[in-house]
Ligand binder design. Structure first.
Ligand code: ADP
Ligand code: MG
Length: 268
């Protein structure tokens, strides 16, 4: 099958540091792929290169057969890739609905529309997404009153507003309570199943990855360390060593699907 996203040889340097070192990664249409690795292994930087938030030093990114390597981020959104960020990007002073409506403009609906009153079609779509994400009661609340998990859900709504074919989610469960983690998981499963949206998930929550993903890619120090089915990956000794480190040794390999302890904000 032709890949929806197909990135090859991605390299990104910061001075002498090679943050992403010759990584190939692909996502098939409708596929759910996990991207894991220790803090600082290059996951967010790779996401930035895939979504053209940062320009790769070398390598190529193809989406739906087209070379998108040198496009601007807004063109990427318009072209069918949406992105959420490790540090949540919702406007605290705006309501949930306003945040989601505003994100339509990133999808290329244009400045004129963004600056004018929201048109009925955009409002209807935002309302549908808010209901889908079970954020209805919070529709008119300021985003800065939401919990971390509710903000993550709002961000997923913002991503869905552009009707993407692929969503890149950077740590969608970090700082989220267990009940809302399940809610996020269910919403993502449904988005994938009913709309065929492919997902690429950066996650520290290994349980979440194991339950959602068909395939997992492991980064370590900017390089691809392993790739395969979650069960296979979680039992790979190299992965256990790099990702779980000494903690895995303490727990023993039989418990390797347990989530490693993770700081709330890995990149303060
Ligand atoms: P991850 O998301 O896997 O935790 P990152 O992609 O954020 O990793 O970071 C990979 C490496 O690149 C880290 O060593 C980080 O300190 C470095 N890095 C990330 N962004 C920058 C930047 N803008 N300037 C310099 N170094 C950076
Ligand atoms: Mg990161």
């Amino acid at each position: 099958m032709t890949a929806l996203l197909d990135a090859t040889g991605i390299v990104k340097r910061f001075g002498g540091l090679v943050a992403v070192d010759d990584v190939d990664i692909s996502v098939a249409p409708g596929e759910i792929v996990g991207l894991i690795g220790p803090n600082g292994s290059g996951k967010t930087t790779l996401f930035d290169c895939l979504s053209c938030v940062q320009r790769a030093d070398s390598g190529a990114v193809r989406f739906d057969g087209e070379d998108i390597t040198r496009r601007a981020p807004h063109q990427i959104a318009r072209g069918g890739i949406a992105r959420t960020f490790q540090i949540i990007r919702v406007y605290g002073a705006l309501t949930v609905r306003e945040n989601i409506e505003l994100s339509a403009s990133w999808a290329g609906l244009g400045l004129r529309r963004m600056l004018s009153r929201t048109d009925p079609q955009t409002r209807r779509r935002a309302d549908q997404l808010i209901d889908f994400l079970a954020l209805g009661p919070l529709r008119d609340e300021r985003a800065d009153t939401l919990s971390g998990g509710q903000r993550r859900l709002a961000e997923i709504g913002m991503a869905l507003m552009s009707e993407p074919r692929l969503i890149l989610l950077d740590e969608a469960t970090s700082g989220v309570n267990p009940t809302l983690i399940n809610e996020i998981k269910d919403r993502l499963v449904e988005v994938n199943a009913s709309r065929g949206v492919a997902l690429l998930l950066v996650e520290h929550n290994v349980q979440f990855i194991a339950e959602l993903c068909e395939r997992v890619v492991v980064l370590d120090q900017g390089r691809k360390l392993a790739e395969g089915a979650p069960a296979h990956i979680m039992n790979n000794p190299e992965v256990i060593e790099a990702y779980f480190g000494a903690a895995a040794g303490d727990r023993g390999r039989g418990s390797s699907t347990a989530a490693p302890s993770t700081p709330q904000d890995p990149n303060p």
